[in-house]
Ligand binder design. Structure first.
Ligand code: PRP
Ligand code: URA
Length: 214
C-alpha cells in the first residue's frame, strides 16, 4: 500500500523483499531469524546513512596523488529499543564500526499497549551525535515516540528511526509526535489486530530474536 510522506522511506530493494518473506514465516527458526534481522538492518542502514556529510582529502595511490572522500560531520549513535532493537545493532555497526551505542529499555504493556520505560544508558555526548533509533517493529508507535521524545529531551537534533515492519497508524503517530524525525522501514503492513500486533507482521520480534517462546 503506498504511503506518501517525504519523511518516510520504504526500503523495498529486491533483496530486502526476499529476506522479509523468509523473516515473516512462522517456520523460520531463531538462528535464521536473527541473521535476517541483522542483514536487513545492514541494508537499511545504507539507505539511512545516504545523506552523511563527506569531505575531500588528498591521498596517494601507487600511481599518483589524488582526492578521496571521507565521512565528516556529526558522529553517530545507534539507539536500540530493548529488547528487539538489539537484533539490529550489529548490522549497523558492521557499516559504521565507530558508532556509539545507547540503549533504551521499553516494555509495551500488554493491556494498554503503552510503553513502560525501564532503562536508559546513552553516550554522555549524545546531544552532539546523529541518532539512529533501531527497533524491528513500529506498531502503535508508542515505543518509538517515547524513544524520540527522550532523545529530544537529551538535546539530540537529528534522529532517524529504522524499523523493519511498520503499521500505517504507527507511522502517522510518530510523524505527528515529532515534526523532524525521518523513518526508514522495509515494509508497510495493513494494520493492527485487536492486541495491537502488526498484520500480517511477523509476530513478536523480541521473542523470535531471543528464542523466548517454545
Ligand atoms: C515490541 C517492539 C517495539 C514495540 C512496538 O517490543 O520491539 O519496541 O513492541 O510496539 P508499539 O509501536 O506499539 O510501541 P516489546 O515491548 O514487546 O518488548 P521486547 O522487545 O522486549 O519484546
Ligand atoms: N511488537 C512486536 O514484536 N510485534 C508486533 O506486531 C507488535 C509489537
Amino acid at each position: 500500500m503506498p504511503y506518501a510522506n517525504p519523511r518516510v522511506t520504504l526500503v523495498d530493494h529486491p533483496l530486502v523483499q526476499h529476506k522479509m518473506g523468509i523473516l515473516r514465516q512462522s517456520a523460520t527458526p531463531t538462528s535464521q531469524f536473527r541473521t535476517l534481522v541483522r542483514e536487513l538492518a545492514h541494508i537499511e542502514a545504507i539507505f539511512a546513512t545516504a545523506d552523511l556529510e563527506t569531505e575531500s582529502y588528498e591521498i596517494e595511490t601507487p600511481i599518483c596523488r589524488t582526492h578521496a572522500k571521507r565521512i565528516a560531520g556529526p558522529k553517530l549513535a545507534i539507539v536500540p529499543i530493548l529488547r528487539a532493537g538489539m537484533g539490529m545493532v550489529d548490522g549497523v555497526l558492521d557499516l559504521v564500526p565507530s558508532a556509539r551505542v545507547g540503549v533504551l529499555g521499553m516494555q509495551r504493556n500488554e493491556e494498554t499497549h503503552e510503553p513502560e520505560p525501564y532503562y536508559e544508558k546513552v553516550p554522555v555526548d549524545v546531544a552532539s551525535r546523529d541518532c539512529l533509533v533501531v527497533d524491528p517493529m513500529l506498531a502503535t508507535g508508542g515505543s518509538a515516540i517515547a524513544a524520540v521524545k527522550l532523545l529530544r529531551e537529551r538535546g539530540v537534533d537529528n534522529i532517524k528511526v529504522m524499523v523493519l515492519v511498520a503499521a500505517p497508524v504507527g507511522l502517522d503517530a510518530l510523524l505527528a509526535a515529532d515534526d523532524q524525525v525521518h523513518i526508514y522501514t522495509c515494509a508497510i503492513d495493513e494494520g493492527l489486530n485487536d492486541v495491537a500486533y502488526i498484520v500480517p507482521g511477523l509476530g513478536d520480534a523480541g521473542d523470535r530474536i531471543f528464542g523466548t517462546v517454545a
